[in-house]
Design a protein. Structure first.
Length: 263
Protein backbone atom coordinates (compact mmCIF):
# COMPACT_ATOMS: atom_id res chain seq x y z
CA UNK A 1 0.00 0.00 0.00
CA UNK A 2 1.17 3.53 -0.79
CA UNK A 3 -0.40 6.50 0.97
CA UNK A 4 0.38 10.18 1.44
CA UNK A 5 -0.20 12.16 4.64
CA UNK A 6 -0.35 15.96 4.41
CA UNK A 7 -1.52 18.72 6.74
CA UNK A 8 -1.52 22.47 7.26
CA UNK A 9 -1.51 23.82 3.73
CA UNK A 10 -3.80 26.68 4.79
CA UNK A 11 -4.76 27.26 1.17
CA UNK A 12 -6.13 30.72 0.37
CA UNK A 13 -5.70 31.85 -3.23
CA UNK A 14 -4.90 30.02 -6.45
CA UNK A 15 -1.89 32.21 -7.26
CA UNK A 16 -0.15 31.42 -3.95
CA UNK A 17 2.99 29.30 -4.27
CA UNK A 18 1.86 26.65 -1.81
CA UNK A 19 -1.49 26.27 -3.62
CA UNK A 20 0.18 25.77 -7.02
CA UNK A 21 2.77 23.44 -5.53
CA UNK A 22 0.13 21.25 -3.92
CA UNK A 23 -1.81 20.94 -7.19
CA UNK A 24 1.42 19.96 -8.93
CA UNK A 25 2.32 17.45 -6.21
CA UNK A 26 -1.11 15.78 -6.19
CA UNK A 27 -1.15 15.58 -9.96
CA UNK A 28 2.16 13.72 -9.82
CA UNK A 29 0.63 11.11 -7.49
CA UNK A 30 -1.93 9.99 -10.06
CA UNK A 31 -1.67 6.29 -10.83
CA UNK A 32 0.72 5.65 -7.95
CA UNK A 33 -1.41 6.21 -4.86
CA UNK A 34 -3.86 4.12 -2.86
CA UNK A 35 -4.91 6.62 -0.19
CA UNK A 36 -4.58 10.29 0.68
CA UNK A 37 -4.81 11.32 4.34
CA UNK A 38 -5.43 15.03 4.93
CA UNK A 39 -4.75 15.70 8.61
CA UNK A 40 -6.53 19.04 8.83
CA UNK A 41 -6.12 22.68 7.85
CA UNK A 42 -5.99 22.01 4.14
CA UNK A 43 -7.85 25.32 3.80
CA UNK A 44 -7.30 28.57 5.64
CA UNK A 45 -10.97 28.38 6.51
CA UNK A 46 -13.90 26.11 5.68
CA UNK A 47 -16.92 25.66 7.87
CA UNK A 48 -20.40 24.34 7.50
CA UNK A 49 -21.36 24.75 3.86
CA UNK A 50 -23.28 21.99 2.09
CA UNK A 51 -22.19 23.18 -1.37
CA UNK A 52 -18.89 24.70 -2.53
CA UNK A 53 -19.18 28.46 -1.90
CA UNK A 54 -15.53 29.43 -2.41
CA UNK A 55 -14.48 29.58 -6.11
CA UNK A 56 -10.79 29.87 -5.18
CA UNK A 57 -10.93 26.31 -3.85
CA UNK A 58 -12.33 24.76 -7.02
CA UNK A 59 -8.93 23.67 -8.49
CA UNK A 60 -7.89 21.71 -5.40
CA UNK A 61 -11.34 20.17 -5.08
CA UNK A 62 -11.19 19.15 -8.75
CA UNK A 63 -7.86 17.45 -8.05
CA UNK A 64 -9.33 15.56 -5.10
CA UNK A 65 -12.29 14.49 -7.23
CA UNK A 66 -9.92 13.30 -9.96
CA UNK A 67 -7.92 11.22 -7.49
CA UNK A 68 -11.07 9.78 -5.98
CA UNK A 69 -12.45 8.86 -9.41
CA UNK A 70 -9.21 6.97 -10.10
CA UNK A 71 -9.62 4.84 -6.99
CA UNK A 72 -7.69 6.81 -4.37
CA UNK A 73 -9.34 6.63 -0.94
CA UNK A 74 -9.49 10.11 0.59
CA UNK A 75 -9.49 10.50 4.38
CA UNK A 76 -10.03 13.99 5.79
CA UNK A 77 -9.39 14.78 9.45
CA UNK A 78 -11.02 18.03 10.51
CA UNK A 79 -8.57 20.66 11.76
CA UNK A 80 -8.96 23.92 13.59
CA UNK A 81 -9.35 25.90 10.34
CA UNK A 82 -11.59 23.45 8.46
CA UNK A 83 -14.40 21.70 10.27
CA UNK A 84 -18.09 20.81 9.98
CA UNK A 85 -17.08 19.51 6.57
CA UNK A 86 -20.33 17.60 6.33
CA UNK A 87 -22.10 16.39 3.21
CA UNK A 88 -20.00 18.20 0.61
CA UNK A 89 -16.91 16.18 1.46
CA UNK A 90 -18.68 12.93 2.32
CA UNK A 91 -21.06 12.97 -0.68
CA UNK A 92 -19.45 15.09 -3.42
CA UNK A 93 -15.79 14.27 -2.74
CA UNK A 94 -16.74 10.89 -1.23
CA UNK A 95 -14.11 11.31 1.45
CA UNK A 96 -14.22 9.68 4.84
CA UNK A 97 -14.36 12.54 7.33
CA UNK A 98 -13.04 12.24 10.90
CA UNK A 99 -14.15 14.77 13.49
CA UNK A 100 -11.25 13.84 15.77
CA UNK A 101 -8.38 11.36 16.01
CA UNK A 102 -8.66 7.83 14.65
CA UNK A 103 -6.86 4.53 15.00
CA UNK A 104 -6.10 3.17 11.53
CA UNK A 105 -4.76 -0.19 10.45
CA UNK A 106 -2.37 0.04 7.51
CA UNK A 107 -0.45 -2.98 6.25
CA UNK A 108 -1.13 -4.75 9.54
CA UNK A 109 0.18 -1.87 11.67
CA UNK A 110 -1.80 0.31 14.07
CA UNK A 111 -1.50 3.99 13.18
CA UNK A 112 -2.83 6.74 15.42
CA UNK A 113 -3.63 9.73 13.18
CA UNK A 114 -4.91 13.16 14.21
CA UNK A 115 -4.82 16.82 13.34
CA UNK A 116 -3.20 17.43 16.71
CA UNK A 117 -4.98 20.50 18.04
CA UNK A 118 -6.25 18.53 21.03
CA UNK A 119 -2.87 17.18 22.08
CA UNK A 120 -1.87 20.05 24.36
CA UNK A 121 -4.41 19.56 27.13
CA UNK A 122 -2.94 22.43 29.16
CA UNK A 123 -3.95 25.04 26.59
CA UNK A 124 -7.32 25.63 28.22
CA UNK A 125 -8.12 28.79 26.25
CA UNK A 126 -7.83 27.04 22.93
CA UNK A 127 -9.78 24.01 24.10
CA UNK A 128 -12.70 26.25 25.08
CA UNK A 129 -12.58 27.96 21.68
CA UNK A 130 -12.48 24.61 19.93
CA UNK A 131 -15.51 23.41 21.86
CA UNK A 132 -17.44 26.53 20.83
CA UNK A 133 -16.51 26.24 17.15
CA UNK A 134 -16.82 22.49 16.73
CA UNK A 135 -20.12 21.86 18.47
CA UNK A 136 -23.00 20.83 16.23
CA UNK A 137 -25.06 23.97 16.87
CA UNK A 138 -22.27 26.12 15.42
CA UNK A 139 -22.19 23.84 12.39
CA UNK A 140 -25.91 24.28 11.80
CA UNK A 141 -25.75 28.06 12.15
CA UNK A 142 -22.72 28.30 9.87
CA UNK A 143 -24.68 26.85 6.95
CA UNK A 144 -26.76 30.02 6.79
CA UNK A 145 -23.86 32.50 6.96
CA UNK A 146 -23.20 34.14 3.54
CA UNK A 147 -19.83 33.14 2.04
CA UNK A 148 -18.74 36.80 1.86
CA UNK A 149 -18.99 37.07 5.64
CA UNK A 150 -17.23 33.73 6.02
CA UNK A 151 -14.26 35.00 3.96
CA UNK A 152 -13.94 38.13 6.10
CA UNK A 153 -14.13 36.03 9.25
CA UNK A 154 -11.48 33.69 7.83
CA UNK A 155 -9.04 36.54 7.17
CA UNK A 156 -9.49 37.88 10.67
CA UNK A 157 -9.08 34.46 12.25
CA UNK A 158 -5.96 33.81 10.18
CA UNK A 159 -4.28 36.99 11.45
CA UNK A 160 -5.19 36.21 15.05
CA UNK A 161 -4.08 32.60 14.69
CA UNK A 162 -0.58 33.58 13.53
CA UNK A 163 -0.14 35.96 16.46
CA UNK A 164 -1.35 33.40 18.98
CA UNK A 165 0.76 30.63 17.46
CA UNK A 166 3.96 32.59 18.02
CA UNK A 167 3.01 33.20 21.64
CA UNK A 168 2.12 29.56 22.18
CA UNK A 169 5.31 28.36 20.49
CA UNK A 170 7.38 30.41 22.92
CA UNK A 171 5.33 29.22 25.89
CA UNK A 172 5.10 25.48 25.23
CA UNK A 173 7.73 22.86 24.48
CA UNK A 174 5.93 21.29 21.55
CA UNK A 175 8.56 18.63 20.93
CA UNK A 176 8.19 17.34 24.49
CA UNK A 177 4.38 17.52 24.31
CA UNK A 178 4.36 15.52 21.07
CA UNK A 179 6.70 12.85 22.42
CA UNK A 180 4.74 12.44 25.67
CA UNK A 181 1.43 12.13 23.84
CA UNK A 182 2.88 9.64 21.35
CA UNK A 183 4.32 7.50 24.13
CA UNK A 184 0.86 7.12 25.63
CA UNK A 185 -0.47 5.95 22.27
CA UNK A 186 2.36 3.44 22.00
CA UNK A 187 1.49 2.15 25.48
CA UNK A 188 -2.02 1.54 24.12
CA UNK A 189 -0.59 -0.67 21.40
CA UNK A 190 -0.01 1.68 18.46
CA UNK A 191 2.97 1.28 16.16
CA UNK A 192 2.96 4.71 14.52
CA UNK A 193 1.80 8.17 15.55
CA UNK A 194 1.17 10.82 12.86
CA UNK A 195 -0.04 14.36 13.52
CA UNK A 196 -0.33 17.77 11.93
CA UNK A 197 -1.11 21.17 13.50
CA UNK A 198 2.27 22.00 15.02
CA UNK A 199 4.02 22.96 11.76
CA UNK A 200 7.05 21.05 13.06
CA UNK A 201 8.51 18.50 10.61
CA UNK A 202 9.73 15.67 12.81
CA UNK A 203 10.33 11.94 12.53
CA UNK A 204 11.74 9.86 15.36
CA UNK A 205 12.09 6.16 16.05
CA UNK A 206 11.49 5.13 19.64
CA UNK A 207 10.46 2.18 21.77
CA UNK A 208 12.03 -1.29 21.84
CA UNK A 209 14.52 -1.61 18.95
CA UNK A 210 13.22 1.67 17.53
CA UNK A 211 10.15 0.05 16.04
CA UNK A 212 7.71 2.78 17.06
CA UNK A 213 7.54 5.90 14.90
CA UNK A 214 6.59 9.50 15.70
CA UNK A 215 5.80 11.76 12.74
CA UNK A 216 4.84 15.42 12.89
CA UNK A 217 4.03 16.45 9.34
CA UNK A 218 5.27 20.02 9.34
CA UNK A 219 3.39 22.21 6.87
CA UNK A 220 2.67 22.85 3.22
CA UNK A 221 3.17 26.62 3.54
CA UNK A 222 6.94 27.05 3.50
CA UNK A 223 8.42 23.56 3.93
CA UNK A 224 6.23 21.38 1.70
CA UNK A 225 6.75 18.46 4.05
CA UNK A 226 4.60 15.36 4.02
CA UNK A 227 4.77 11.68 4.95
CA UNK A 228 4.80 8.77 2.57
CA UNK A 229 3.54 5.38 3.73
CA UNK A 230 4.67 2.47 1.63
CA UNK A 231 4.54 -1.24 2.42
CA UNK A 232 4.31 -0.80 6.17
CA UNK A 233 6.93 1.94 6.57
CA UNK A 234 6.52 5.70 6.86
CA UNK A 235 9.05 8.36 5.82
CA UNK A 236 8.88 12.10 6.26
CA UNK A 237 9.76 13.86 3.02
CA UNK A 238 10.07 17.33 1.55
CA UNK A 239 8.75 18.11 -1.90
CA UNK A 240 11.31 20.16 -3.80
CA UNK A 241 10.54 20.85 -7.46
CA UNK A 242 13.52 22.35 -9.26
CA UNK A 243 11.13 24.82 -10.91
CA UNK A 244 7.46 25.13 -11.72
CA UNK A 245 8.16 23.81 -15.23
CA UNK A 246 10.56 21.00 -14.34
CA UNK A 247 9.65 19.52 -10.93
CA UNK A 248 12.06 17.32 -9.06
CA UNK A 249 10.25 14.53 -7.29
CA UNK A 250 11.23 14.82 -3.63
CA UNK A 251 13.84 13.97 -1.07
CA UNK A 252 13.59 12.49 2.39
CA UNK A 253 13.40 14.96 5.23
CA UNK A 254 16.04 13.51 7.50
CA UNK A 255 17.18 16.96 8.61
CA UNK A 256 13.72 18.33 9.31
CA UNK A 257 13.67 17.59 13.02
CA UNK A 258 16.04 20.48 13.64
CA UNK A 259 13.69 23.14 12.28
CA UNK A 260 11.90 25.45 14.70
CA UNK A 261 8.12 25.89 14.40
CA UNK A 262 6.70 28.78 12.43
CA UNK A 263 3.38 30.56 12.56
Amino acid sequence: MRAIFIADAHLKYMHDDNYRMLLQFLNEQRGALDALFILGDLFEFWIGHRSMPFPQYQPILNELLRLQSEGVAIHYFEGNHDFHLGPFFTETIQARVYRSAALLELDGKKVYACHGDQINTRDVGYRLLRFALHNRLTGIVARFVPPSITVKLADRMARNSKKKYRRRASKWNYHAILRAFAERRFTDGCDTFITGHFHIPLQEQTGPQGKQTIVSLGDWIHRYSYAEWEDGAVRLKIYQPASNEHPQRCRTGTDTARHAPEG
